[in-house]
Design a protein around this ligand. Sequence first.
Ligand SMILES: Nc1ncnc2c1ncn2[C@@H]1O[C@H](COP(=O)(O)OP(=O)(O)OP(=O)(O)O)[C@@H](O)[C@H]1O
Length: 241
Amino acid sequence: MIKVMHLMKKIPNGPTVLNDITFQSGRGELIAVMGASGSGKSMLLRCLGLRESWSGGSLWVDGTDIFRKGYTAKLKLWREFAYLEEKPALNPNRTALKNTLVGTRYQTPWWRMLTGMVRNDDYMGAMDMLEKVGLLDKAHAKSSTLSGGERQRVAVARALVHGARVILADEPVTGLDPHAAEAILNDLRNVCHTQGVTMILVLSQNDWAERFADRILGLNEGELVFDITGRRLTQRERMLL
Ligand SMILES: Nc1ncnc2c1ncn2[C@@H]1O[C@H](COP(=O)(O)OP(=O)(O)OP(=O)(O)O)[C@@H](O)[C@H]1O
């Protein structure tokens, strides 16, 4: 479904941050990206979400070469690939439910962006999605009262309600207590497997990646040093990070 071929990112007058990254991912996979600080994890996500230009390489989604297809293909990708920052921007005065219903700029009609008006079907869809990410009991809480992890999950629910098929999230559980982090990763994995959504997450802890991800990509100094499926890392692989 997603095929990344020879992705290269060079900062103008600066370093090469990603070099010759090639991998594929299937529908409904949860993929963890691991690597030391500065290895290029955030840049990889930003490049996949087209938040950064590519210096080289090609991106194929469902058989379409995105860079060759021009603006319409990119627009489709911006709609379908949700890039979630470490601290997603939510309206603090709106409830979790309203924030879920009102999407980001590429996903929401202008009148809904301004007014927050919703239809009944949309309302039920958003409640379903909040339930799937384990937040039904917080649906009517103002987002300013939610924890960092809960806000991340509202952002995930919002992306899913607005038709995201791929979610790119940078350290979605960093800073949470281990128990909460594991519960969230469990919810996210269920969403992948039941909704056919692909998630590519930067995860800082090896054991979370090993326990929850279907695949693990390892980055070191901008290079992909391993791409493993369905098993734990070997000692040698750990040393590569
Ligand atoms: N605009 C930029 N100009 C120069 N260097 C940059 C720029 N953006 C990123 N870099 C460099 O690219 C490298 C990778 O950055 P990136 O943020 O992707 O790392 P990371 O693996 O996500 O790190 P961390 O775990 O600390 O967040 C770093 O060395 C960073 O300094």
